[in-house]
Design a protein around this ligand. Structure first.
Ligand code: ATP
Ligand code: MG
Length: 503
C-alpha cells in the first residue's frame, strides 16, 4: 500500500492558527503556538532520555497540561504512546507493560510507589515522572515533519470488560478519520469548545485532544468529572460540546434541576455503554441535546451517532454510521441480517484499528476482510438506525428466547428506588438459563424484591423477568466504570443460589 503522509498535526495547527486558544486547564491557558513550543521542549527532554522514532513509551498520567504536552511531544518524535489507565492496579499495569514490551514509562509523581513496584517486577523498566522530565536539559529534538497515516500513534488497552484487555493499535489515520467523521456528523463551527472531563487515557478523552488540534478549537480540560465545575465552565468558557458516559449525564440532569443549559451548548455526546431509556427521556424533557453514540477503543471512539432530531422518534438508537464508516448486522452463518433481526454488529472504515498489538490471532479473529466483528449484538431498523442490544458474551438464552441483560438493567434503573442494577444469567434445568438481577438501592430506599418484580412484570415479557433479585451495596465495575457481568456470575458461583431471593 502506498504511504499516505500528512504534516505533523500539532506543528501544522500551530502554523495555521498560532494564536487561537488550544487548551484551558484551571487558570492556565495555552495557545496552539505555546502548546507546540512546550511540546517541542518536552520532545527534546524525552530525546535526552534516549527516546527515538518508532520507540514505544508508556504514559501513566492523569488529566492535566503536562499530559497533553507529553502526548504531543511523543507525536513530534514519531514515538508510539502506550497510554495506560492510571486507575489500574499495579498487577494490571505490569501485565500491560509486559504485554506491550514497554521499557520506559512517564508517570505521575503521586504514582512513584507504583513505579517502584513496577520496576521490581519488570527488570528492564525505567520510570520518570513528568516533573523530573521537565527539569531535564532539552536537546534539539528530531521532529518528524510528516506522519504516515498508517503509523501507530497510540496503543490503548480495551477496558477488559469481557476478559483480559487487548492492546489496540491506533494509527494517525484512525485518529484523523475519526475526527473528520465526527465533524461531518456533529457539524463544525469556529466557536466550538469541547469540554473534556473523561480520562485522556481512554479513547473518549484522547480523541478530544486530537479533534482540538485537527479542528483548531479550544478544549477545556478537567482532572475529573465534578458536576458543579462542569456547569460553571459550560457557562464561563462558552462550552459547546461535551463527552459523557451515562452516570455523568444523570448527575448533570439532577444538578440542573428545572434550568436549561446555556444556549450555545449544542451537543452532549453520550457513549461508552448502553444508555438507560429513562435517562434519555429526562434529557428530552430538559432540552439537553443528547447525541447517543456507539464506539469502542478499536474504532478510535464513535463510529455510530444519533442526532437529537431523532431523540424522540428513535429513542434508544445509537444512530447511523458516520460518513467514512460502514456497518452491517451479521448472522451466525455469516449472512446479512434483514432489518429488525438481531445479529453481531460488524463495522468497517478508515477509523478502525489495523489490529491488536502482538496478537495476530486475535486480530484475525476480529478483523475479517476489513470488517471488525465487535462482539456486540444489535439490529438495524428499516431506515438503517442501529439499536445496540448487548454484548454477545452476556446474552442469556432462556427457553430458546434471547434476553439482553442491558434491557432488564435499563428497566430496573427506571424504578425510583434503584441506584444501580446488574443482570446476568445462571444455568437452569428447565429453561437452560434464567436472568438474575443485582440491585443497589438508593440511599434510604426500602424497596422489596416483590415490588421490583412487579415493576418488571408491567414492562417486560414474562420470560425476561429476573428469577431472583439480590440486593448489594456496590456492583463490580472495572476501571472504566463498566459493569463486569462475569464477576456477577462468579459471585453466584461462589455463594450458590439463595432460595430466599427466588421468586
Ligand atoms: P473489552 O473489549 O476488553 O471487553 P470493552 O469492550 O468494554 O472491553 P471499550 O472499547 O472501552 O472496551 O468499550 C467498547 C464497548 O462498549 C463496545 O464494544 C460496547 O459493548 C460498549 N458500548 C459502547 N457504546 C455503546 C452504546 N451506545 N450502547 C451499548 N453499548 C455500548
Ligand atoms: Mg471490546
Amino acid at each position: 500500500m502506498q504511504n499516505e503522509n500528512m504534516p505533523n498535526f500539532l506543528k501544522k495547527r500551530a502554523f495555521l492558527t498560532p494564536d487561537r486558544t488550544a487548551i484551558y486547564f484551571h487558570d492556565e491557558t495555552l495557545t496552539f503556538n505555546e502548546l507546540y513550543h512546550r511540546s517541542v521542549k518536552a520532545a527534546g527532554q524525552l530525546q535526552g532520555l534516549g527516546v527515538k522514532k518508532d520507540d514505544y513509551v508508556g504514559v501513566l498520567l492523569k488529566n492535566h497540561l503536562d499530559t497533553v504536552i507529553i502526548l504531543f511531544a511523543l507525536q513530534l518524535l514519531g514515538v508510539t504512546a502506550v497510554i495506560l489507565n492510571n486507575r489500574l492496579t499495579t498487577a494490571e499495569l505490569a501485565w500491560q507493560l509486559n504485554d506491550s514490551k514497554t521499557k520506559i514509562v512517564v508517570l505521575e509523581p503521586s504514582l512513584s510507589e507504583v513505579g517502584n513496584a513496577l520496576k521490581s517486577s519488570i527488570a528492564s523498566l525505567s520510570c520518570v515522572t513528568n516533573n523530573q522530565l521537565f527539569l531535564m536539559k532539552s536537546e534539539v529534538p528530531i521532529i518528524q515533519e510528516e506522519v504516515d497515516l498508517a503509523d501507530i500513534c497510540t496503543v490503548m488497552y480495551t477496558s477488559g470488560t469481557t476478559g483480559n484487555p487487548k492492546g489496540v493499535m491506533q494509527s494517525y489515520g484512525n485518529h484523523w478519520w475519526n475526527s473528520v467523521g465526527s465533524a461531518l456528523n456533529l457539524g463544525f463551527i469556529e466557536r466550538d469548545c469541547w469540554l473534556c472531563t473523561v480520562p485522556i487515557f481512554h479513547i473518549s478523552g484522547f480523541s478530544i485532544l486530537m479533534r482540538g488540534v485537527i479542528y483548531g478549537v479550544p478544549i477545556v480540560l478537567h482532572e475529573s468529572f465534578d458536576v458543579e465545575k462542569v456547569l460553571a465552565d459550560i457557562k464561563n468558557k462558552q462550552v459547546t460540546i461535551m463527552s459523557v458516559v451515562g452516570t455523568m449525564l444523570s448527575r448533570i440532569v439532577t444538578a440542573i434541576k428545572d434550568e436549561h443549559l446555556p444556549e450555545q451548548f449544542r451537543c452532549m455526546l453520550l457513549g461508552g455503554g448502553p444508555a438507560p431509556l429513562p435517562l434519555l427521556q429526562s434529557c428530552v424533557e430538559k432540552g439537553i441535546p443528547v447525541f447517543q453514540t456507539y464506539g469502542m477503543t478499536e474504532t478510535a471512539s464513535q463510529i455510530v451517532t444519533l442526532s437529537p432530531e431523532y431523540s424522540l422518534t428513535k429513542l434508544g438508537s445509537a444512530g447511523k454510521p458516520l460518513f467514512p464508516a460502514q456497518l452491517k448486522i451479521e448472522l451466525d452463518d455469516g449472512s446479512d441480517a434483514p432489518a429488525g433481526t438481531a445479529g453481531e454488529i460488524v463495522v468497517k472504515g478508515p477509523n478502525i484499528t489495523a489490529g491488536y498489538l502482538y496478537r495476530p490471532e486475535a486480530t484475525m479473529e476480529k478483523l475479517r476482510d476489513g470488517w471488525l466483528h465487535t462482539g456486540d449484538v444489535g439490529y438495524l431498523d428499516e431506515e438503517g438506525f442501529l439499536y445496540v442490544l448487548d454484548r454477545r458474551s452476556d446474552l442469556i438464552i432462556s427457553g430458546g428466547e434471547n434476553i439482553y441483560p442491558a434491557e432488564l438493567e435499563s428497566v430496573l434503573l427506571g424504578h425510583p428506588d434503584v441506584a444501580d442494577a446488574g443482570v446476568t444469567g445462571v444455568e437452569d434445568d428447565s429453561w437452560g438459563q434464567v436472568p438474575i438481577a443485582f440491585v443497589v438501592k438508593k440511599d434510604g430506599a426500602d424497596v422489596s424484591v416483590e415490588e421490583l418484580v412487579d415493576y418488571c412484570m408491567s414492562r417486560l415479557a414474562k420470560y425476561k423477568i429476573p428469577k431472583a433479585v439480590y440486593f448489594t451495596d456496590l456492583l463490580p465495575r472495572n476501571a472504566a466504570k463498566k459493569l463486569l457481568r462475569r464477576k456477577l456470575r462468579e459471585w453466584l458461583k461462589e455463594a450458590g443460589l439463595d432460595d430466599e431471593n427466588f421468586i
